[in-house]
Design a binder for this molecule. Sequence first.
Ligand code: HEM
Length: 404
Amino acid sequence: MTVEDEAVRIGADFFQDPHRLYSELRRTGPVRRVVLPRGVLGWLVTRHADAKAVLSDPRLSKDFVRAGELLERNREPGSPRPEFGEELQAHMLNMDPPDHTRLRKLVNKAFTVRGVGHLRPRVEQITESLLEAIAEADEVDLIPALAFPVPMTVICELLGVPAADREAFGGWTRVLLSTSASTVEITEAGVAVGAYVMELIESKRSAPAEDLLTALVEAREDGDRLSENELLSMTFLLLLAGHETTVNLIANGVLSLLRAPAQAAALRANPALLPRAVEEFLRFESPVNTATMRYTTEPVVVAGVEIPADEFVVVAIGSANRDAAAFPDPDTVDIERELNAHLAFGHGIHYCVGAPLARMEAEVAIGGLLARFPDLALTGTPLQWRESTIIRGLHSLPVRLGRT
Ligand code: HEM
């Protein structure tokens, strides 16, 4: 029997209830050989302490060039490999220091707590107009109505991307993040996104504006701070990470509240709890969930298991955040939870640069929704989770707005 015969397989059924497998693995095998969709082989880490250690261990690398080579070796023979956008991979999340440090410095300032504080009134305005637009409806799908357009509009405005393009971009990224899309679909979406980002950069070159993309184009032109591929990749990463994650923080947060009406009532009664509630939503149904990957540059021992060099380590953030060793009563939503040291934004040098923005957007969107619709409820339609190892998010979130 080979190691792969005993491996955990992440198949289509996993996505509808990952917590069952996570809980079993934390108990019986916290570092296990795993086969991800499309045959990628790695080691799945499911406990909080191990996940935290792995995320900040410099012996684990994210270098995309080497990771690409290792992918050939660490996959089941014959599995299809989508060919997509080498020119979109040269971004900070796929790099180690010193390149990682150089790239992160270029955008860090735009996303500090202070930097995003200035955006709050605009986020409130966007939220209000979206809530106004559904005020007369009986039932809506909250994803297209609120959870998607809030972060997408904000990141587009910050970067200087035309609002009209956001649906197309959202469509491509949904395909890129889906494990059920075919390799042809993924390749096509990758080509379309690449062409789109290139066109966007050209438009900033010919018509500079007061936005983050123009600032990045200027950094590219100014000496050796940013290569052309890095510029394209950074734009792609910010657009992707700027919305694909936060849409699910908002929607998963609302779902958690609607399934725990006493918690929703407590939050309505005391909106000052919102920041703490958002931390709990991040922990409870973490938007970046199953597979944040790195590879070992030397043998590394995790929870007593020796992982050889040049193999992928897959951190299940969504599992770490339900570990009873780190969170009492982990499967219960508690918006007043204290000491919530979740790993939803990662840990170490790649800790999410957009965390202050995501938190603020979620506070505004969820706070605004609760205040406006006191009788908000689920419609009872069965919910379907997207099939993605990166993202935990719903296809749709139908609710009754319940105006009296
Ligand atoms: C990195 C989660 C929102 C931009 C990360 C990482 C996680 C994460 C887990 C680290 C991945 C790893 O180490 O493998 C989230 C969640 C979000 C969110 C859960 C929302 C709820 C955002 C937003 C942006 C953003 C709004 C903004 C533009 C980034 C970038 C990185 C990153 C650029 C790479 C940082 C680096 O490599 O140094 N995010 N993110 N994210 N995130 Fe976020």
